[in-house]
Design a protein around this ligand. Sequence first.
Ligand code: ADP
Ligand code: MG
Length: 239
Amino acid sequence: MIEIEHVAKKFGDKEVLRDVNAVIRDGEIFAIIGPSGSGKSTLLRIINLLDRPSGGRVLLDGEDIHAERNQALSYRRKMAMVFQKPAAFNENVYENIAIGLRMRHLPEPAIRQKIEEALEVIGLTGYEKRRAKTLSGGEMQRVALARAIVTEPAVLLMDEPTANLDPVSTAAIEDLVLQINRKFGQTVVISTHDMLQGQRLAHRIGVMMDGVFSQIGTPREVFAMPKNKHVARFIGIEN
Ligand code: ADP
Ligand code: MG
């Protein structure tokens, strides 16, 4: 369980997150939805320990993840993040997926087996030796997802993972997220500016506006009863 309590983040004088509160339950797909610049990436970076909040705290299973710096590594190992643009990608597919497993000092045969299984899940069996240059954007993002899940993290964080993809590749990633969540029960926190993606994927969504969650609820609840006119306008319901 991830508890976000009064999280604030300032960059200089600019208050990007003001008072963010949410409880993300184990095993749910929670979508952070909001316009560009609303602070979605900032919040994900704070949850993933890539940044620190200037106020408030984030609890993972009851523990404040930013409190003790020496624990950061163990928290980070419970989480994996997929970014909008796949991270630097020089080696072949096998090495890219192996990174997290090598950090955990797994023996090579175990690594090989996990990578084969992950490639099967993402539909890229036999791609071990392929170079990044030869992959499409959608394939790269699937490899990024494989890299994220192969270490079996409790929490999968995804920052607009389909923002650069065409509709077919987007659908493939969405299917994978649903499949992975169903099969492995991972908690998924995904940001998107696409309300419909939130509706397709998420058990619950948080609508981020002006540095707070204006509303948190199931997609059905948010669509049926947007909490205020800003939320209504954002999700495309005039009132
Ligand atoms: P989103 O992901 O919703 O588009 P971001 O979290 O990326 O929003 O950014 C929210 C705001 O914070 C933007 O105005 C952005 O310019 C600003 N911001 C993000 N990171 C930094 C940073 N490291 N330094 C200064 N401003 C930042
Ligand atoms: Mg962003």
